[in-house]
Ligand binder design. Sequence first.
Ligand code: DGL
Length: 261
Amino acid sequence: MIGVFDSGLGGLSVLAHIAEALPTADLTYLADTAHLPYGSKPDEFIRGRVLTIGKYFAEHGCRLIVVACNTATAAAVQALREQHPDIPVVGVEPGVKPAAASSRTGRIAVLTTESTARSAGLMRLIRSHANHVAVHIEACPGWATRIETLHLDEASFAAEVAEKILPLLDSGVDRLVLGCTHYSFLTPLLGTLVAGRAELVDVAAAVAQQVVRSIGNQANDSGRLNLLASAQPERLHAALPALGLARLLPRVNGLALLAQV
Ligand code: DGL
């Protein structure tokens, strides 16, 4: 089984690509909904959640863990790898490298949670891959929680998003990095806002390719998808069609509350 987790629905954007790339792999998606959002919490708290979830996956026969969350990756992927040296761990980091490499204006912006915005991991990425461009880090407090409500087309939210994005475009930014897996679900809204002026950079598909490379050809299970959540698991199931992921429904084999995690 491949274990994929996030604080909530965001990691489903990564899961969808993994499910497509590995149609026969057994997948377990764990949404830590009792503790979201991660992005406004201290590193120590996030690390505790990541290690607890990692332990759960390890005890349930997981052979690869996907940290489908930029915030959790930045705060704790290293600790998770140290805790489970025998289990490959694939994390998600903002696509700073492809954005910097493809920018024509030399100005890129990274949309993230507050936690990722201040992380050493993001600074390292920028130092390593984006020295030659101007990088604007834009923390977007409240966006992940808003996305959890699934009311993505409310005018007030669209206005809030536009208020953040338009000044970035006016400053010459031509690549907008979606540095939180929840923000993939804003692609229709953001795509309309930036049309003709900038491109969105989302690494979800690239992360799935990394999972394929790490798991090799051992993924011949029966293609089942188990959905787990630390609160309100039924919302996870209902979110699939709402987020345009109804194609995952036939693979769903179980839905459970994981209160002890
Ligand atoms: N989806 C997560 C990420 O990629 C974080 C959302 C949250 O703040 O819980 O950063």
